[in-house]
Structure formats: C-alpha cells, structure tokens
Write a protein that binds this ligand. Sequence first.
Ligand code: UDX
Length: 429
Amino acid sequence: MTITFVGHGYVGLVTAAVFADFGNTVYVIGHTKEKIENLKRGVIPMYEPGLEELVKKNVKSKRLIFTLDYNPSISQSDIVFIAVGTPTTKTGDADLSMVLDVAKKIGQNLEGYTVVATKSTVPAGTNKKIKRILEESRPQDAEVDYASIPEFLREGSAISDTTNPDRIVIGTESKKAQELLVKLHEPINAPLVLTNFETAELIKYAANAFLALKISYANAIAKLSELIGADALKVLEGIGMDKRIGNMFLSPGPGYGGSCFPKDVKALISIAKDNDYPFSLLEEVENINNQSRRDIVRKARKMLGDIRDKKIGILGLAFKANTDDMRDAPAIDIINLLQNDGAKISAYDPKSMDVAATVLKNVDYKKNAYEAAEGADLIIVLTEWNEFKELDFSSIKNSMRTPKIIDGRNLYDPSEMSDLGFTYQGIGR
Ligand code: UDX
C-alpha cells in the first residue's frame, strides 16, 4: 500500500518506519525544512533505540520518503495518518489546532478513495470536526472515510511495542475503511478491537489514565508504608501477584511524567467535566502525582536540614530511562523546588542533558555520575538508567561532602547502602 503520515514525532516516525519496513511505500510529511532534510539523511530528532537504523534502512530502499509537500503524497495514498501533536492548553484541554489545520490540507489534496485515520490522541467528538473539515475541503470527485487508530507505544521500546502490541484498536463507521486498515495491520500478530470512532478514542484515554492511576496508587502505598514501617516494594510485589491486579506499572517513584500520562489524565478529566461528570478519582491521581514530586524535596529537607547553599547531585533527568525526553519530567519540578530553597544543583543524564539545558537553568551539567556526586551533600536518583545500577559507591562516598542518597527509583539495596556508610532513603522503604 501507499500510506502517508503527517507528523514525525515519536508516534508518526516510529509507525511510519515500521510500516515501510513491512514493504509499504510510506510518505512522511513535516513542516520544517531543516528537520525534513535531516530525516532524509537518517538524522532523527530524538533518541529511540533502533529507530535511526530502521529509518536509514528504509530511506535507502526508497520505501520511506520524507517531504514538506502534501502533493503527490496524499493523492497517491490509500491511507493517510494524522500524527501531529495535541499539546495541553492552559485549561487542560487538548490543543487541536494542528490536527484541524492538517485535516484541511489533507482534504484539499485527496484523490480517489482514501482512508484518513488519526493516530494523535484527540477528545471524543473531535472526529465530527475532522470529518466535516475533510468533507468540506475535498475535491468533489474524491471519496474519504475516517478512522481512529490509537497508539499505545512507549518511548524507549517504541519499535517492539509497534511490531508486537497487546492489541490493535480500529475505530471507524465504514466497513470499507475497516477492511483496508485490517489489511494494513496484517503483518502484526495481535488481537483486533474493531469498534466505532468514539469508543476507540476512549480506549486510549481510559488505558493511559488507568496506568497513571496504578502508578499513583503505588506511590500512595509507598507513602503509607513509610508512615507505618512497611516495605512498599514487598506490599506491591504481594498485590501484583494477584493476576487480577498484575505486577506492571506498580513501581513507586518521583511520579509519572512524559508526553502522554500527564496530558491524557488532564484531558480525560476535562472531557468528563464537559459532560457534567466530575471524574474526581482522576483529580486525586494527579494530586498524588504532584505530591510524589514534592515528597522527594521534603525528603531532601529532612536529610539536610536547611537546603540553602547545599550541593545536590541529580542522577537522571529524563522522565524515564532509555529516552532523552524531558517533557513533564519529575526532575524539572524537583530541581526547580530545590533551587527555590537555595540549593546548588549539579546533574548528569546519559541522554537528555542537551534537552534539559533548554528548560533547566543554573544547573551544572556534568560528564558522568561520579562528577555529579563530587563534593555533594546529597545525591538524588531520578531516572532508572541501567548505568546507575552498577556505580562504584565506595568511590562516590569518598568524593561526597556527606554521603547521603535519595534513591527515587529504588535501584539500590537499603542495607547494602547503609553498610557502605550512606544515609539512604528510598521510596516506600
Ligand atoms: C505511555 C504509555 O505506556 C503508552 O502506552 C502510551 O502510548 C504513551 O504513554 P510513555 O510515556 O512512553 O508511554 O512511558 P511509560 O513507560 O508508560 O512511563 C510513563 C511514566 O510513568 C514515566 O515517567 C515512568 O517513569 C512512570 N512509571 C511507569 C512509574 O513511575 N512507575 C511505573 O511502575 C511505571
């Protein structure tokens, strides 16, 4: 098939590269010349394991074509995916301006029969707007059906999540569009959920909000465990063994971040409010998440007394490991709060320091974890990078002013750390 993706963020670029690798001809439309020129050379705008190789391979075989033009890519395509961003507005709603603008440009370039599908997560109800725009802008002899194919890939494991997903959700009213989309996904061995547009969209929001809820639940149990002297990791392991609960997404930490959970929880609260349903359960999920970030700072105050002029080394800035993404990373809030208290921050992250430097000022960025810890009164681990699991803590201890550590991802054994001479504080134990 010939398909087009409008947008080359995580979702657009990864899915486009995977579909090209399956043997389809895939156009990717962007709107910044420099980015498109880079992509043509295989230079990708983010760090994602395996993606650069996959893009280069398919560009070389001419199955993956990057362009600024809606023509002839759209007119030649059987299926067009909208995969541009839907950032959160100040009121918590999803900003749909990019999606709607792109829908119009797609509409104007349609030819013959085309399925237009959104990959971008859009609130229920948006489909009617997009459908109307496509209908109003299309040439008279062009025929268009509209669908939603929500995306569940995670950063850091985006390619395997796309080639090996738990399910594929296809939401459309049109049988013809459904058949074409099922055919496109044939090389992927996963159960299909075939439904209407609204249901498909809600599946995406409901899944992300539920996972965020699980994390906030784990963080609340961690808090309670600290108060009553229980070991939260054992509690969560114990409940996770119940198949009805499951053991995934129950790791307590500095709270969830990234481009999806914070935005999607907010958007679902907002969708519910618009329909006169106060989804207070999700408001509490957000509250607990914010508290989890503040709790790290509270722990630092408790360990250091007055934070002013204390040197704190931060290990890990990205919102999770294996990505350079800093969007809504807990490190941003935590470092801002520590700096407000007068702390001097040094930091190291294997991949995200360039991105971090654009959002976090007055931070002394270091070349490695050892340099970030040197002379520090306290180190705080905020991202679970593998390289932090194997650090030489004897030498770190000797280089610190006072050997204190907040292990925000529970990477280390508390008793081993205190045997080494560290004052240790994990999350929930
Ligand atoms: C998420 C969804 O998992 C994915 O299905 C969707 O398509 C996009 O949003 P992503 O944002 O890439 O993916 O990261 P994910 O691995 O889900 O982690 C999100 C956040 O939750 C991170 O900040 C992570 O550190 C945190 N988290 C995750 C926890 O704090 N504890 C956990 O047990 C799991």
